[in-house]
Design a protein around this ligand. Structure first.
Ligand SMILES: Nc1ncnc2c1ncn2[C@@H]1O[C@H](COP(=O)(O)OP(=O)(O)OP(=O)(O)O)[C@@H](O)[C@H]1O
Length: 252
């Protein structure tokens, strides 16, 4: 469990803007994410949610502005420092990117590689026992422990998604970024994953940012909700102060 007091800012975006060519994706986006908060990022298709998350991880450069993550400027740090920074974060992207021919367990163990530069344990057979144990624990959290030795290409879409989530949390990230984590999950599995994220924030002090088109998930599992509309951050409010109609208004 991380020390939750005093309150600490894990992410601070300051007047962040992004364009692809002449296409402005978002501009003048500023917000702060506090340690241990669960934050829902919402907005219609194509408003730039995934792009904003990728900027936060330093995976793509911003056009202007800056984003400071865990005390480091992700927009202008060296690639070596960026790798070290990313090792402290977990990412669940819309594409699972599992290695098809490897076992589920080996795929989850890959989530630990960034934490141990230079070590390449691609297979669960050669990984240290501690890595295997951590991966089994993460698989247990997403309800897939019994699938550990199955090849990743023999999973359903929803199972693959849960393996990707296990891979993102196995290294005990300080910040977890999840881009539509429930998109391919049935309602019960989606609820389980949202509860897991909520517990990671509440019990372990992980800062969780997730995008979702489930208004209900954003309201119930987000402490705070950020909303993108027309290239701008139009909403930054506590979930307890919002209702479903407020969020539906972002999609009009
Ligand atoms: N690499 C890229 N090059 C050019 N345009 C891009 C690139 N990536 C995203 N875009 C464009 O940026 C805009 C925002 O895309 P993004 O995926 O961030 O939206 P989103 O809000 O996450 O959408 P969705 O809800 O559909 O997942 C879209 O118009 C998209 O076509």
């Amino acid at each position: 469990m991380r020390d939750l007091a005093p309150p600490c800012i894990d992410v601070e975006a300051h007047q962040l803007s992004k364009r692809f060519g002449s296409n402005e994706i978002f501009s003048d986006v500023s917000f702060r994410l506090l340690r241990g908060e669960a934050v829902a990022l919402v907005g219609a298709n194509g408003t730039g949610k995934s792009t904003l998350l990728r900027c936060m991880m330093g995976l793509i450069p911003a056009a202007s502005g800056k984003v400071v993550v865990l005390g480091q400027d992700a927009s202008s740090t060296s690639s070596r420092e960026l790798r070290a920074l990313r090792a402290r974060m977990g990412l669940v992207s819309q594409k699972h990117n599992l290695v098809p021919r490897l076992s589920v367990l080996s795929n989850v163990i890959q989530g630990l590689l960034g934490r141990h530069p230079g070590i390449r344990h691609w297979s669960h057979r050669s990984a240290p026992a501690a890595s295997r144990e951590a991966a089994m624990e993460a698989l247990g959290k997403v309800g897939l422990a019994e699938f550990a030795l199955r090849r990743a290409d023999r999973l359903s879409g929803g199972q693959s998604q849960r393996v990707a989530i296990a891979r993102a949390i196995v290294g005990k990230p300080e910040i977890l970024i999840a881009d539509e984590p429930c998109a391919s999950l049935d309602p019960a599995a989606g609820e389980d994953i949202m509860k897991l994220f909520f517990d990671l924030a509440r019990q372990d002090g992980v800062t969780v940012v997730f995008t979702s088109h489930h208004i209900d998930h954003a309201l119930r599992y987000g402490d705070r909700i950020l909303g993108l509309v027309d290239h701008r951050l139009k909403l930054d409010a506590r979930a307890s102060e919002l209702n479903a109609a407020d969020l539906r208004g972002l999609y009009d």
